[in-house]
Design a protein. Sequence first.
Length: 160
Amino acid sequence: MKRLAPLFAFAILAFTPSAAVADHGTDSASGRITIFGSNRYDFSARSSAVGTDARGRASITLTSTDPDQEWSGEVTCLRVVSATPTTPAMASIGVLVTKAPFGSTVQGFVFSVTDGGKFSGVPDTVALMSFGALPPPDGACPAPIPGSIGDGEVTIHDSF
């Protein structure tokens, strides 16, 4: 029986899910949220647990124009703040614009989102923090801020 104990221990570890293994020290923010029925934010961003090595894509689309105007690009920074008993999880996302409407001089933007939680009843929000200048570099995203209530779904994961 003593010879089988290591096999049983291995079998238990192999089939037990682990949050630490699934996490890999990665923060993330993803989703789609629309405010005022005409401004749509789409995003999928990831970074290390300390907010470096940011990557992903994001866009802002104005659907109130004909045709729609869209600015999209590569994520340059991501800053995630965990939820507390009184505040939702929050993230700020910086984006270097790689696609823009003809004639646009916008080089980047930063926006902030909140994740009210699946069962909390607190709505998700979005706020445009800057639009036009180059976005912050990796590891230098500003602190996220609450914004306007939106329609959609935001999911934020803080690895801490």
